[in-house]
Design a protein around this ligand. Structure first.
Ligand code: MOS
Length: 728
């Protein structure tokens, strides 16, 4: 189904099942430990051996010699694979560095060997006996020093430079101006389930059970890396214990499990131990950002400029931290610039709203600072500079933009009017108390998405698509979509996900998954309705599908009767017409409100209250959407207050590579959270009229916290995380 005109009324609009806060259909499996994750599959044919990955002990250079003799003799060892005996390996389409390195080393902990043994302990012990002789060379590991050599990136999604009007002149002439720099550190995804894969060969066919957000990309890249035809690789990933971007692309565990299984002649499972994840896989790159704002004394922005610098390996992409600045506020004179420095740290890549999340960490402090310079309330300043059209292309309106409504609703609910404009005015015992706000913005991306639906004579509707559920609720909203379309209760829908033998879907990333994948299921269900109507002699255009029956022309027939002779199976996909979808700017908006306490003596920060108001398309399931947003707000709190990969700038690796050293928020760090969804039914986004909301939830939170800390204490910190030493 081509989506090339705005959606009109369709069966989804009944909202009998869609739009209801239903519990997750996969919840019981998860909480009883019966959901099979990749490392614990028991249906692989034979007892799997275990592979232990050895990571490079230098960040850049060459392996001179590798002595495997002692490891080969160690108890239980079945095989050792290195670049020397692995055969020819290609670089995957989505990989920046080889997943099995050597002799050249591109980054610290790049995989250089896998030891396969009967048990994990045997494999690990044997890996410790491998002697590697390195010839290290000097690498670049410090963004601040590499910044001067930064260049225009060649692998970017958006233009590196944008300019509208005459920024330089307007900024120079502005009555009130701000020119500040902000820094965000390297971040680790820190998802619960590590990268893990189990691989098994049957002749020249490979099956990989893994943990991955994008099944078709994964199957394609495993095939490309191993030089196999696409059809010979099957990827299965029905349950994923968190991704946050770390599992958008195939990582070492998947390819190495395949190589190890071939060498050992039986299934092999490989999990990357936590210390390997930070340096072997990927992370969110640190940024240095400069924001310049110019305004008239009336508060109207006349000049807005945002530049960002980040680092990556050769062929890596930049952190596109200026993305939101191109679209968020009005202002006739504008510039953005994205620069990339060469660093020999592990690969930087997408994490938790790449671009906008770190970009808003800078822009939304700058907006707070500018409001103060203007003597305006920071929310009124933002509302004054709101826009209903793309500020870079005023002929292009937003499909639906309710930023002002988000602020008005939130301010009322949060009690913003009690905020004092002057800092350090409110005291509660030992706490200095303050409030902060910030805009949330994330684009609404769409991706083609396919699904197959089957109808059995028992009236059960089975949906199959390679869509993934990374803890987001995909199973549930897909079940709701099929139930609504076919007029059956939720119990009559079976959803099967995460298998490359199913139709290719949008996958999970960039908050495009919910809207795109359900729209694909919608398209397949439209086809199934037609097939059912044809089979039962109804007019497809007017037949009603309700309560497990098909009705029309005075008769009603059980749905399952259509499949009496044989199961009905149809397949379709939604394809988004670019010209139509680009005719209006589709984005999601929100406003974050935070109240913090700052200890008057120690500068310890405690978040006291958080509220997010979101306008993000039709909300398909308010319960799972709320869970997405509050989870994202927790991540925003992490980014504001604690998350930071510490770089060893001499040896070139992340030092705090485990969950003891890389701090993420715990329950005690997070107060009661509120989320409000505005009605935002957007016919431009898809037949579902939904958008994404997961990543919107993190965008802006960290700045709202930093702004609240400033309001409480008077300490303006522009270097994340905002730890107490920077406040004191
Ligand atoms: Mo998201 S960082 O695109 O998985």
């Amino acid at each position: 189904m081509k989506f090339d005109t705005p959606a009109t009324t369709n069966p989804i609009d009944q909202l009998k099942v869609v739009g209801k806060p239903l519990d997750r259909v996969d919840g019981p499996l998860k909480v009883t430990g019966r959901a099979p994750y990749a490392y614990e599959r028991h249906d692989v044919g034979a007892k799997p051996a275990v592979g232990y990955v050895l990571g490079a002990g230098i960040a850049k250079g060459r392996i001179q010699a590798m002595d495997l003799a002692a490891a080969k003799r160690a108890p239980g060892v079945l095989a050792i694979v290195t670049a020397e005996n692995a055969g020819k390996l290609e670089l995957g389409k989505f990989n920046t560095a080889k997943l099995l390195g050597g002799p050249d080393i591109d980054h610290y902990h790049q995989a250089i060997a896998v030891v396969v043994a009967e048990t994990f302990e045997q494999a690990r012990a044997a890996a410790g006996l491998i002697k590697v002789e390195y010839a290290p060379t000097q690498g670049a590991f410090d963004l601040a020093s590499a910044r001067d050599g930064a260049v225009v990136p060649k692998n970017a999604n958006a233009p590196a430079d944008t300019a509208v009007g005459d920024f330089g002149r307007a900024f120079a002439a502005a009555a009130v101006k701000l020119d500040e720099s902000y820094t965000t550190p390297d971040h680790s995804h820190a998802m619960m389930e590590p990268h893990a894969s189990m691989a098994a060969w049957e002749g020249d066919s490979l099956t990989v059970w893994t943990s991955n957000q994008m099944i078709a990309w994964a199957a394609g890249d495993i095939a490309k890396t191993l030089g196999m035809p696409n059809g010979k690789v099957r990827v299965i990933s029905p349950y994923i214990g968190g991704g946050f971007g770390s599992k958008l692309f195939v990582r070492a565990d998947a390819v190495i499990a395949a190589l190890a299984a071939k060498a050992a002649g039986r299934p092999v499972k490989v999990a990357l131990p936590r210390p390997l994840i930070a340096n072997n896989t990927t992370h969110r790159p640190a940024t240095i950002q400069r924001v310049r704002l110019g305004a008239g004394s009336d508060g109207k922005i006349t000049a807005i400029g945002h530049e960002t610098w980040s680092g990556n390996l050769p062929d890596g992409s930049p952190e596109e931290a200026v993305a939101q600045t191109r679209l968020l506020y009005a202002g006739a004179n504008r510039m953005t610039a994205t620069r990339l420095a060469l660093l020999d740290l592990p690969e930087g890549n997408a994490m938790r709203a790449p671009g906008e999340a770190p970009g808003l960490m800078a822009l939304e402090i700058a907006m707070d600072e500018m409001a103060e310079k203007l003597g305006m309330d920071p929310i009124e300043f933002r509302i004054l500079n709101d826009t209903q059209v793309d500020p870079e292309d005023p002929k292009r309106p937003f499909s639906l933009r309710q930023l002002t409504e988000c602020y008005r609703t939130g301010a009322e609910k949060f009690g913003w009017s009690a905020r004092r404009a002057r800092t350090g005015q409110v005291r509660d015992g030992r706490w200095l108390v303050g409030m902060g706000a910030a805009s949330a913005f994330r684009n609404n991306l769409t991706m083609a998405s396919g699904a197959r639906v089957r109808l059995g004579s028992d009236g059960v509707v089975t949906v199959e698509t390679d869509m993934t559920d990374i803890g987001t609720g995909s199973y549930t909203i897909i079940a709701q979509t099929a139930a609504e379309m076919m007029g059956v209760p939720l119990e009559k829908v079976v959803v099967r996900l995460g298998d490359s033998s199913f139709p290719a879907s949008s996958g999970s990333g960039g908050q495009w998954g919910a809207n795109s994948s359900t729209a694909g299921v919608y398209a397949a269900c439209v086809k199934l309705r037609e097939a059912v109507a044809g089979q039962l002699g109804f007019d497809a255009a007017t037949a009603e599908f309700a309560d497990g029956e098909v009705r029309g022309g005075g008769k009603s027939v059980p749905l399952g009767d259509a499949a009496k002779a044989r199961e009905i199976m149809v397949e379709d996909k939604i394809e988004f017409d670019k010209e139509m979808t680009n005719s209006k700017q589709q984005s999601t908006f929100g406003a974050h409100f935070v109240e913090v306490g700052v200890d008057v003596a120690t500068a310890e920060v405690r978040i006291r209250r958080m509220l997010a108001v979101c306008s993000a398309g039709r909300i398909l399931n308010p319960k799972s959407a709320r869970s997405q947003v509050i989870g994202a707000m927790v991540m925003g709190a992490g980014a504001a207050l604690m998350e930071e990969l510490a770089v060893d700038k001499t040896r070139g690796f992340f030092v705090n590579h485990d969950l003891a050293g890389y701090e993420v928020p715990v329950h005690a760090d997070i107060p009661h959270q509120d989320v409000i969804f505005l009605d935002d039914t957007d016919p431009m986004s898809s037949p579902m009229k939904a958008k994404g909301v997961g990543e919107l939830g993190i965008c802006g939170v960290a700045a709202a916290i930093a702004n609240a800390i400033y309001n409480a204490s008077g300490a303006r910190v522009r270097d994340y995380p905002v730890t107490l030493d920077k406040i004191l």
